[in-house]
Design a protein around this ligand. Sequence first.
Ligand code: PEP
Ligand code: MG
Length: 567
Amino acid sequence: MEPNRVRTPAAGERTLTGVAAGPGTATGPVAVLAPPPTLPERRPRIGDPGAETARAVAALERVAELLRGWAAEAGGAAGEILEAQAAMAGDPQLAAGIGERVREGLPAEWALDAAVTSYQELFRSMGGYLAERAADLGDVRDRALAVLLDVPMPRLPAPGHPFVLVAEDLAPAETARLDPGSVLAIVTRLGGPTGHTAILARSLGIPAVVACAEAHRLRDGVPVTVDGDRGEVVVRPAPERVAAAARRHRRRAVLAESAVGPGRTADGHRVELLLNLGGEEPESAAAHDCEGVGLLRTEFLFLDRRTEPTVEEQRTVYAELFRAFDGRVVTVRTLDAGTDKPLPFADPGTEPNPALGVRGFRIARTAPELLRRQLTAVARAARDTGAHVRVMAPMIATPEEAEEFAALARGAGLTEVGAVIEVPSAALLADRVLQRVDFVSIGTNDLSQYTLAADRTLDTLPDLLDPWQPALLHLVGRIGAAGRRLGRPVGVCGEAAADPLLALVLVGLGVTGLSMAAPALPAVRHALAGHSLRDCRDLAALALEAATPRRARAAVRDAADPAVTDL
Ligand code: PEP
Ligand code: MG
């Protein structure tokens, strides 16, 4: 057996599967997050409805205050998420919903529970980002209920030693406050690859598996090995598995120190290695060893805003980031509001299928001035800082839209203009799209969702959303070939770029730049350095021929050099 591969389960081991949500491996004892408080069995009669409502509102206010305090401590992306959750706790509509139920005779605790449940149902029925926010609202309820019942709030376990945190789901309030020094890995029964648990675990560098259906069977103290790359949790792992996982962990740590500098294959073919950013602190983001930013999700900068930030406010935010990256490229994606990332100031209204509605560049149809103002702010920040700025629009579906965006961006004074290809129609006509812009970047997350017709926020269809789906790779190959013919750069900024094995395939398909969360960079850089462009093309051919994503990955894994890919 190869030293770093332990495939078949050893006697006594049991493997639970879920969705890989934070790269890396870790072994340790389970500590289960205590269940939330529950309503008492007996429901008391209420006295004054006004006083009863005030009791519930006061509990919610306390929770909002607590969350705001944590937000200030956490800062960055975590801080914004906690702020948004605090806003939920302070929402006057929630208080009104509670008041109504109290007037119907429910005590504060029951009224709170009923009001939150009805909001959660509404959120879930809307799908996407809002469906995932149902968990955040549930956390607000649990904390307020704890205040009302005068019992301890849900809190992270503290067994006194490092542990693997197992939970039904993690609210941002918990995930954002995790200490990577004591939480070795995260396993949740619910959650999806685009949920907060996944996003925050990745930014904290904690291995994570979400949507693990059998997570609730795990008990305190049971040893597990969590593989956040494959989405596996091995219960009572054999010593050789523990040793292999530890070797992988050490190799990653060494890699983070040693795999440095610009991306290139073994034969010197350049592949830009870039960072995906949202609301991170500019200075700490710029400290990562990368060639710049391949995707700045600008909507994440303004998620907490009820009104549109002014051109000057936007200019200040962009300029700070451009300065921090000091000469390195920053690729700004214009607002991708709608469906899973609603912005109050760019709300397309209620749509029956928001993922197929007015989102991404389509905002140019309903609010063209919003897009113009954003482009003006980006152009001013670029001019003021002298930075190397690229700008691209999400959800470009047709060559005509690419042309329209290019005209808008150039009109604002921006010179490097691109399109995110994440709609199959744009992939099919990649040649024509590329003739109208300077570069494209493939958003594999949405391209999977739209190619396989599978909602990316669901926990139930991970196999269809697997970026190794041969159909998805065929589309990437088509875009890569168009890029080669026209001599234009083709990047990937979806999660697929962060998988070292898949990165080799993408490069073999003609991709010239890979953009990912910072912790994934060293392993991808290392995998590239161990393979020539020819190797990458051979691996891509294997993946394209495979019948299923699982077989595609297995074929590439078996053919790639294990010394550089089995990390
Ligand atoms: C994508 O769709 O792959 C992408 C990078 O954009 P987002 O995840 O923000 O939709
Ligand atoms: Mg997208």
